[in-house]
Design a binder for this molecule. Structure first.
Ligand SMILES: [Zn+2]
Ligand SMILES: [Zn+2]
Length: 382
């Protein structure tokens, strides 16, 4: 059997050729359900750049920058306040190199999107979908997930992770007729990207995704701050995953979410532990000795109670904490914020500020992964 490193090296020249041709191909499109949490009975759409058209029966309606569409329940559409047409659904199709539009909902909110808009009516409400270029989608998600003022190298990392997530979950809403929703269930995507550095980082990493040693797209899980040590996947969930292994991380120490403190009632604490299996006072005393001052517990349970359940039931920032009894109260001294698996965002941002590359950061937090062009995966697998 050929070792993976040799396997990758042997195919490097071929990979270069594939990458060259892959980059000549126009990006993929995704169909994203947008604003699904709102009840929309009417809206207006304004073309903000490019040229659009709507094909309906044998007619073609053209729209340019500044033109407006008004859509009401029943899809009676008016174009620039003149009478339009009645339809159960249509697609607003962009024709220029760059096309974007703005949606104004009845509650006064404005949302801006790239590329195409699909409008349909189901159960009496207007349903909206954005048919969007993969990189336009990725840039919009990165802007929502990562925020502003971060190093370019960190935005490149987030762009690769968001692209990997989007493609790995491309069939998540297949039965509903689209690829992904715009909510936290998939990835939050509420606007086109407005920031040049994020657009630049997305373009610089276009096509790149992260795969494991079997060339499967990875689960790009991340959290705010690991507190100095990340978790194994099975410590938080059930299945051990080869690339989600616990590592020591000194980069996030001293960052905004690296430590926390919480005072809780001793009885409330006991209730969590005795919920399924009543525990005696001796056992409870041993629970009170929880001490993770220098490292996380190498196992995930304390007297058969999962630390993740303790965290969720007591509303703790992490499972990485020590206890100091204080009469009837307990003082919890904790580290980190989030589940602790995969990328530690605050640590990754510090690494990028210290001029580590996105490849260094990715390989630090995800064990034995590879960055490849998405179009080359099938070639490698074959
Ligand atoms: Zn979803
Ligand atoms: Zn960390």
């Amino acid at each position: 059997m050929i070792p993976l490193s040799e396997y990758i090296t042997k195919r490097f020249v071929c990979f270069g050729i594939i990458l060259f041709f892959a980059l000549q191909v126009k990006g993929d499109n995704l169909l994203i359900s947008i604003l699904g949490e709102k009840t929309i009975n009417s809206l207006s759409v304004k073309i903000t750049r490019g040229a659009y058209s709507i094909k309906k029966n044998s007619s073609i309606y053209n729209l340019n920058k500044g033109d407006r569409l008004k859509i009401r329940s029943g899809l009676i559409v008016s174009l620039n306040d003149s009478v339009g047409f009645e339809a159960s659904g249509f697609e607003l199709i962009g024709h220029e190199y760059v096309n974007h539009f703005e949606i104004l909902t009845a509650d006064g909110h404005t949302y801006k999107y790239d590329d195409n808009l699909l409008v349909s009516m189901l159960t009496g409400e207007v349903q909206l979908m954005n048919r969007v270029d993969l990189d336009h989608y990725v840039a919009g998600v990165v802007e929502g997930e990562a925020g502003y003022g971060l190093p370019l190298e960190y935005y490149k990392l987030q762009a690769i992770l968001c692209r990997t997530y989007g493609l790995k979950n491309i069939n998540r809403h297949k039965s509903q007729g689209y690829n992904l929703c715009d909510k936290v269930h998939c990835q939050v995507y509420h606007n086109k990207c407005k920031k040049n550095d994020i657009i630049k980082a997305t373009a610089a990493t276009s096509g790149l995704v992260v795969v494991d040693h079997d060339l499967n797209l990875i689960n790009t899980t991340f959290h705010s701050n690991c507190g100095g040590q990340t978790c194994n996947s099975e410590d938080v969930w059930v299945r051990p995953v080869s690339y989600l292994r616990s590592i020591k991380d000194s980069f996030c120490l001293g960052e905004p979410h690296s430590v926390w403190k919480k005072k809780i009632n001793k009885e409330d604490f006991k209730t969590v532990f005795s919920k399924n299996n009543p525990i005696d006072s001796l056992e409870f005393d041993s629970v009170l000795n929880i001490c993770q001052d220098t490292a996380r517990f190498p196992h995930k349970k304390i007297i058969s109670t999962k630390l993740t359940r303790v965290r969720s039931e007591l509303g703790l920032r992490s499972t990485f904490f020590s206890i100091e009894p204080d009469s009837n109260q307990l003082l919890l001294f904790g580290k980190g914020f989030g589940h602790g698996v995969g990328l530690c965002q605050e640590g990754g941002i510090v690494m990028a500020r210290k001029e580590y590359s996105y490849v260094d950061i990715l390989k630090f937090y995800y064990n034995s992964v590879f960055i490849v062009n998405q179009r080359a995966i099938l070639f490698f697998k074959e």
